[in-house]
Write a protein that binds this ligand. Sequence first.
Ligand code: GCW
Length: 696
Amino acid sequence: MKPKKMFKIAMLAFIILLCGSINHSFADDGYDLWLKYNKISDSQKLSEYQAAISSVVVMGDSPTCKVIKDELQKGLSGMLGKDISFSDSIEKDGTLAIYTLKELGDEEFIIKNLRVDDKDCIIIASGKDIGLLYGTFDLLRMMQTGKSLDNLNISSKPKIQIRVLNHWDNRNGSIERGYAGKSLWKWDELPDTVDSRYTDYARANASLGINGSVLNNVNSDAVFFTTEYLKKIAKLADVFRPYGIKVYLSIRYTLPSQMKTENGIGPLQTADPLDPTVIEWWKDKAQEIYKYIPDFGGFLVKANSEGQPGPQDYDKTHADGANLLADAIAPYGGIVMYRAFVYDPDVDPDRAKRAYMEFMPLDEQFKSNVLVQAKNGPVDFQPREPVQPLFGAMVHTPVMAELQVTQEYLGWSTHLVYLAPMWKEYLEFDTYAKGEGSTMAKVIDGSVHDNKLTGIAGVSNTGDDRNWCGHFFAQSNWFAYGRLAWDHELTAEEIAEDWIKMSITTDSDAINTIKTMMMGTWEACINYQEPLGLHHQMDNSHYGPGPQISRASRIDWTPAYYNKADENGIGFDRSSTGSDFTSQYFSPWKEIFDNIETCPDKYLLWFHHVAWDYKMKSGRTLWDELCVKYYEGTDYVEQMAKTWESMKDKVDPEIFDHVTAKLNQHVIDSAKWRDTCIQYFQGFSKMPIPESVKNN
Ligand code: GCW
C-alpha cells in the first residue's frame, strides 16, 4: 500500500476512534448517580472555587479518612478541572482543612471559613471521622449545586439516629418488589470475590447520610444465619464500615427450631420466646454474629404477618417476641426493629385498624433497644393514605417510620413519580399527640415523647441494573429518602433542585422545568390510580388497575373490599358509624375525619361511603369529581411527556432517550388505569362521564 493511502486509513481509524470515545464520554448511563462531579461550567464560579480550595489537609489516616481523600480527589479534580494537592499542614491560602473536634457529636459536622495559621481556610470538623465524611459530601454538594463558599457557617447533625435502607433481597438474587434487576449482593461470589459495586453503593449512601443496610428480605430465609453466610455478610460489613454503614439482618422467627448455632445448640423443638433453651439459642447466635461482625447493627423482624412465623404461634405477644431478641443483642449494642405490619383478620374486620389494636396495649412492655417499625399508612404503601395512627399514640416505645422507596404501588420503575412530596405530607402531618405541633416527623425524631432511640427505614429501590434504580428518575427517590432521613425539614423542592443539578443539568431554565414537572408527579399518580381516598385498587401484580377484583385467598387483598362500590355510592365507611377507625386518631382529626362534611377530599373515600350524587366542595357531584380527577392525572402525564420532549437539547442524550421510552409507556398505563376504573365504577353509578373532561 502507498504511504499516502496508509496515512489516510490511519487518519480515518483515528477519527472513528475519537468519535467513538467522544460519544461514549458524553452519554450518561446513570451509574454515577448524583456523584458525577462534572467540571463547573460557569467560569466565574469555577475561578471562585479554584481560589477557595487549592490544597487539602485531612488530619487522620483511618479508613474513613482515606475515603475522604479519595472522594475529594475525585470530586475536586473533576469539578475544578485540575489536580488538587494534599499536604499534612496548612501552608497556603485556599486550604481545605479537615479534622476532628471532640466537642462535636459523632455524626455532627461544621463547615466554616476560618483563618488558621494566618491562612484563609475552609474547615470541616466533626467529633468522629464519619462526621468528617458527611461534611465532605456536604461541601462537594454545595459546589455541585453552585453555592457560594464565602461566609460559610454550617452546622449540621442528623435529626434521626438510625437511617437505614431495607433490602427485600432474597438468597437467589431476586428482589421482592424490586424493579431494577437482581440483588446487588452476589452471595455465590462472597466472601472471596468482593464486587467493586459494593463500595459505590456505600459511597452513594454515605453521601446522603444513610447509616445502615438491612441486607435481606423481611420474608426471611434461615440461610443468612448460617456460619457460611455470616462470613459473607462480614465481608460486606468490612466494605461498608469506612462509610459509616452498619449491616442488619431480617430474622425468621423459627430460626432456633431450624438450625444449630456454631456451638451446637439446636435445632430445638420450639421457638417460643419464653423458653429457656430458645433464649440460650439466641444468645449464642448473637455471640456468633458479633464474632464475625463486631459492629453488627441488629435485627429487623416481620412476625405473624402474611404467613411469617412469630411469637403468637406460641401464644406469646409481640413484646415477648421482640424482647427475646433485644436481650440477646443488647450486650453488643444491637437494636431490634420490630415491624407493626400485622393485619390478623381475627383482630378486626377493618384491616386499617389492626396494627394499632395489636401494638397499643404493648406500649410499656418493650425493652429499651426495641423500636416498632410502622409503615407510613395503616394499610400498605398506597399512593395516598392517611398517617398510621400508631405514630404519636405509642408513647414509651419509639416508633420508626418505614417508607417505601421502591414503587410497588406507584408504577414500578416505569412511572415517573417523585416521592418526596408524599413523604413530606406524612412527615408534616400533625398527630396532635401532645397538642398542636406533634408532627409525625417530631414523633419519629423522638422530640414529642422524648424517645432516646430514633429511626427511619426506606424500602430500597436499588438493583443491579446499570443505573441502579431502573428508571433514571427513581434515583431521585433514593436521594430524597436519604436527605429527608438526615433532615426532615428540607423541602421536596430543594431536594429535587439539588438532585437535578447534581444529576442532570445546571441550566436554570431546565432545572425549573424539570423540578416543576417532578413536583406534580405524585398527585398525578394518585389521580389516575386512586383519587379522593380510594386505595388498593390494583391488580395482583400491584402494577395495573383491578377495581373489579373481588376474590382472593383473603378478602382484604381484594380491591372490592376497599372500594365497596355499589349503586348507592363508593368508599369504605371508617367513621364512627362504620368501622370506627377514626377513633384511633387524636382530636381534632378524629372529629374532622369522622364527619363527611369536614373530611378532606383527599381522604374522603378512605373514611366514608359516599353517594354518587353527593355534592362535593367543588360543587360537582362525587361521580363528576371522580372523573375529573382521573382525567387530571392522565392529562398531567401526557403534558409531562411533552415537557420532557422540550428538554431534548438540555439533557444527556442517553438519559433523554431512556426517560422518553419510559414516559411513552407511562402515558399508556395511566390511560388504562383511568379507563378501567371509570368504566367499572360507572357500572354502579350509571352516570355519564362529564363531556367537559372528555373533551379537554
Ligand atoms: O405490601 C406487602 C408486599 C409484600 C411485602 C409486605 C411487607 C415483603 O406486597 O411483598 O413483603 O408488604 O411489607 O412485609
